[in-house]
Design a binder for this molecule. Structure first.
Ligand code: DAT
Ligand code: MG
Length: 140
């Protein structure tokens, strides 16, 4: 498996509890390298654009409200099989279903306030990275 890049976010419920370092350490310990990172307080419109794929889901409004409610740390991660690896470390969307030792099992408050985001495939990874970062901000 080649070296891949994926997009990650540390969500407002986690930044509010000062978990940026703890979560980043879990990613690094799993062999992922942070090659871009910045803290953003996204606007409602930015949240709606980022999550446009979910616009017809019943939780869309709640999701965009939450994601624009406080600071988020957006990151690009690089490593072997980075997309699947990151999803593995994150755990299931619903923390009640997340495996032991995953970020969401440890830290997520609910299915909505679930501490982290990770791209789900190569195409979404490329789109999501480009949504938040200029090429010059990514230092591999
Ligand atoms: P994931 O973040 O694991 O990729 P997803 O893409 O299905 O999950 O959904 C995106 C986000 O939307 C998810 O992290 C939290 C929120 N969400 C998903 N399902 C939800 C639900 N049933 N109720 C409230 N929020 C939900
Ligand atoms: Mg998703």
């Amino acid at each position: 498996m080649a070296i891949e890049r994926t997009f990650s976010m540390i969500k407002p419920d986690a930044t509010a509890r000062n978990l940026t370092g703890a979560i980043t350490k879990m990613l690094e310990d799993a062999g992922l390298r942070v090659i871009a990172s910045k803290r953003v307080w996204m606007s409602r419109r930015q949240a709606e654009g980022f999550y446009a794929v979910h616009k017809d889901r019943p939780f869309f409004n709640e999701l965009c409200e939450f994601m624009s409610s406080g600071p988020t740390v957006v990151q690009v991660l690089e490593g072997e099989n980075a997309i699947a690896r990151n999803r593995e470390i994150m755990g299931a969307t619903n923390p009640a279903e997340a495996a032991e030792g995953t970020i969401r099992k440890l830290y997520a408050k609910s299915i909505g306030e679930n501490s982290v985001h990770g791209s789900d495939g190569p195409e979404t990874a490329a789109q999501e990275i480009a949504y938040w970062f200029a090429e010059t901000e990514i230092v591999g």
